[in-house]
Design a protein around this ligand. Structure first.
Ligand code: MCA
Ligand code: AMP
Length: 468
């Protein structure tokens, strides 16, 4: 395989990364990442404390140059998740921005982005594991129950997916990508950082996807989750000048959850642009995408990427979506049981999404097979993990967690709780969950009840819980 990030070995004369007012050209990035790669060579797996900063991007580029696997850590993980990830992934050290407190008992290496330009530093020494099968990343993702699982993504999977996306979106070195995504998930990290770096183009991380910053960025390409576009269009409707500037963007792309038809239409009205949706998963990377050259079909997530096979199983028009192709993950770290449960013998991966084909060959997603998976603001959240956290509170006898429709977040988390005696306060339970787990996993509301609806087998029937 050619190098995963060829532009670091032969730096073009261009800005690679800009975070707020801090920017690095390719030559500067190659020097900073090359110097750090020298310190990392010979390691197997390192963690990156993935604040939304230029240090995170440099740390990951360095680890990739050194052939070391990276585990990006959400800096807001709760204590339960932190303990799990360290025990599961066993990172040898943690890379972090200088001066940032890191709540991990691991050797720490600061990412220095201010180094003298020395292009040879990047290319010096062999790149020992730049082979397609070597693991690039371990990205933690929630299942329906239990703690998050680490999806192992190979260098070859990342490269293949980014190249297929480049083809779909006519994405080149001339593109300036703007986004404000977190850097510990596939969307912000693989597409949002490694995407522009693989093309030799520019990333401008905006911190927040607001109309003024976006209009000033000069972006040709924008990535976001539906919650971000929903908030953005509220601003654009009040700021026609920003809307007109953003209307000159080559492509607006949305993913991680469904963009509502209402928001599609509002964005088109404000900017004249039709948002392209694409669909993927941590385990599969991007599966389908609306193409740059096609008029997107609202309510669909586009056609399969070139080289990726997608099938709908079962006898009905709509059914479970399965995927096969070069971008599939290698498996869940330390979880052969979960890996084989998601895979068929002939190499298909069951996404858990339900879909159907439209007449034009685009995929329309109609739901998920597991009601216990919640998508809030583009984050996947397992109901079981929150229920277990609630059950650790002495005042909780039984708990059932669901996602209810929410205009801003897509779904919002609501917990139904049977108290074990006198009901604890709602705030106390929310704070209890927020201490154990990342803040986006905390319930937005707690409803106390005398009993949960159960079937004859004693299993909780969540569909019989009150809605809203
Ligand atoms: C933040 N909060 C949330 C969420 N995000 N609560 C529920 N669900 C959320 N998604 C909490 C914050 O911690 C904060 O709590 C409080 O809500 C208010 O935050 P606010 O300022 O409104 O939110 P924000 O910080 O602006 O975040 C909204 C967001 C964020 C920008 C939409 O959720 C986000 O970055 N989502 C992107 C998720 C993502 O990248 N998913 C990709 C995975 P407190 O005050 O207590 O701190 S999926 C993937 O990778 C696949 C491949 C794919 O298809 O893309
Ligand atoms: P994650 O596990 O966080 O990687 O999230 C993957 C899930 O996000 C998929 O299985 C889908 O349910 C959902 N998803 C991603 N992109 C889209 C989209 N464009 N429309 C609807 N759902 C999406």
């Amino acid at each position: 395989m050619t190098a995963l990030l060829p532009a670091l070995l032969d730096p073009p004369d261009r800005v690679a990364l800009r975070f707020g007012a801090t920017e690095l050209t390719y030559a500067q990035l190659a020097s900073a990442a090359g110097a750090l790669a020298g310190e990392l060579r010979g390691r197997t797996r390192v963690a990156v404390y993935a604040t939304p900063s230029i240090h995170t991007a440099v740390g990951i580029a360095a680890a990739l140059l050194a052939g070391v696997t990276t585990v990006p850590l959400n800096p807001k993980l709760g204590e339960r998740e932190r303990a799990h990830v360290v025990a599961d992934a066993e990172p040898e050290l943690v890379l972090a921005a200088p001066g940032v407190d890191v709540p991990y008992d691991l050797p720490r290496v600061d990412v220095d982005v201010d180094v003298d330009v020395d292009i040879d530093a990047a290319a010096s020494g062999p790149v020992p594991r730049d082979e397609p099968t070597a693991p690039a990343l371990v990205v933690y993702t929630s299942g329906t129950t239990g703690p998050p699982k680490g999806a192992v993504l190979s260098r070859g999977a990342v490269a293949a997916n980014l190249d297929a996306l480049a083809q779909a979106w006519e994405w080149t070195a001339d593109d300036l990508l703007a986004h404000a995504l977190p850097l510990f998930h596939v969307h912000g990290l693989v597409l949002g950082v490694l995407g522009p770096l693989r093309r030799g183009g520019t990333l401008h991380h905006l911190g927040t996807l607001d109309a003024t910053t976006l209009a000033a960025s000069g972006a040709t390409l924008v990535f976001g989750v539906p919650t971000q576009y929903h908030r953005l269009v509220d601003q654009l409707e009040a700021d026609p000048a920003a809307a007109a500037t953003i209307g000159r963007t080559r492509l607006l792309v949305s993913g991680s959850a469904a963009l509502t038809a209402v928001d599609h239409e509002r964005i088109r009205k404000a900017t004249g642009l039709a948002v392209r949706e694409r669909y993927g998963m941590t385990e599969t990377l991007i599966i389908t995408a609306a193409r740059a050259g096609d008029e997107p079909e609202p309510g669909t997530v586009g056609r399969p990427l070139d080289g990726t096979d997608v099938r709908i199983t079962g006898d009905e028009e709509m059914g479970p979506v399965e995927v096969r192709g070069p971008a599939l993950f290698d498996g869940y770290l330390n979880r052969p049981d979960a890996t084989s449960a998601a895979r068929t013998d002939d190499g298909w991966f069951a996404t858990g999404d339900i879909g159907r084909w439209t007449a034009s060959g685009a995929l329309a997603l109609v739901g998920r097979s597991a009601t216990d998976l919640i998508k809030s603001g583009g984050y996947k959240i397992g109901a079981g993990e929150i229920e277990n956290a609630l059950l650790e509170h002495a005042g909780v006898a039984e708990a059932a967690v669901v996602g209810v429709p929410d205009e801003d977040l897509g779904e919002r988390i609501v917990a139904f709780v049977v108290p074990s005696g006198e009901a604890p306060g709602e705030r106390e339970l929310i704070d209890h969950v927020a201490a154990l787990l990342a803040p986006h996993k905390r319930p937005r509301a707690v409803r106390f009840t005398d009993a949960l609806p159960r079937n004859d087998m004693g299993k909780v029937v969540k569909s019989r819980l009150p809605k809203g």
